[in-house]
Write a protein that binds this ligand. Structure first.
Ligand code: NAP
Length: 265
């Protein structure tokens, strides 16, 4: 992306907290004009104000990724007000903390709405405004390469995103649209607190891995860098989590033994 993101329109989903809030600050500090989306309008307004206080430009645009009408309305609003989208950051996401045996199918539908169908619908709506140089940034996870127990729906939805956006990268090249997949290890956010239990309620607990995770501001800075550099895929994870991906790729039987739950009884 020649000339960086200064003056460019960057639309970030999941910007009401966690990594999305850090991305808002990082893209804002780089001079981008931000559109910030998530469900909680009050939190979005707080983030937009903080970006403005730091000298940036941001507006809050509430949107629910599990609601097709809300996505269409937000995309129409951006097309009318901003006209062009230079960078669309699919950051919003939700995870799971339940065994497959205990999780209702509705939990999987919900995870796929937020993590897959929402980003798909938003991308389709945004394609015309992205044509001619636009960039799509997809926040994924090492879970796309390495499936561990209790988060099966999340693992599956992140893997599905790779299938979708690798194909879009090939298809949309002729329209000048590029795609960056960001494969993340643990980041210090409330992602586990907001995870779904088997009955669809919130897990409500901070996992030790998240508490000890990477600093969201540092991760956000790496994502801005990779966006500007035109990268197609990056992995931002500590060595021990990269090793889990390599182990799965090169020693799959070892990997599958390592993640097994202990026999009952
Ligand atoms: N934290 C990690 O360790 C980690 C690791 C790998 C990948 N990731 C990925 O990083 C991304 C950001 O997650 P995070 O760690 O910052 O988690 P988080 O703190 O739970 O933030 C999730 C964000 O997604 C938004 N969101 C949730 N449901 C939504 C919906 N239906 N419609 C619109 N927005 C919705 C939330 O806002 P509202 O509640 O206001 O809607 C919030 O802003 C996710 O894609 C996640 O999978 C995180």
């Amino acid at each position: 992306m020649t000339g960086g993101v200064a003056g460019k329109t960057v639309w970030i989903t999941g910007a009401s907290g966690g990594l999305g809030e850090a991305l808002a600050h990082a893209f804002g500090a780089a001079g981008a004009r931000l559109v910030l989306s998530a469900r909680r309008g009050d939190e979005l307004a707080r983030v937009a104000r903080a970006v403005s206080d730091a000298g940036g430009t941001a507006r809050a645009l509430p949107m629910d990724l599990a609601d097709a009408g809300s996505i269409a309305a937000a995309a129409a609003d951006v097309a009318r007000v901003e006209q062009r989208i230079d960078v669309l950051v699919h950051n919003a996401g939700q995870t799971q903390r339940a065994l497959i045996a205990d999780a209702g199918v509705d939990v999987y539908r919900r995870l796929f709405e937020v993590n897959f169908f929402g980003p798909l619908a938003l991308t389709k709506a945004a394609l015309p405004a992205l044509a001619g140089g636009g960039r799509i940034v997809v926040v994924s996870s090492i879970a796309a390469y390495y499936s561990s127990p209790y988060r099966s729906g999340y693992n599956a939805s992140k893997k599905a995103l790779h299938g979708l956006f690798d194909a879009l990268r090939a298809e949309a090249h002729r329209d000048g649209i590029s795609v960056l997949l960001v494969v993340l290890g643990s980041v210090r956010t409330k992602v586990s607190v907001n995870a779904l239990r088997g009955d669809g309620s919130a897990y409500g607990r901070m996992d030790p891995a998240m508490a000890a995770g990477m600093d969201p501001a540092e991760v956000a800075a790496r994502i801005v860098q990779a966006t500007v550099a035109g990268r197609e895929e990056i992995t931002v994870a500590p060595l021990r989590q990269r090793w889990l991906m390599w182990r799965k790729a090169w020693f799959p039987r070892l990997a599958s033994r390592a993640v097994r739950l202990r026999p009952r009884g």
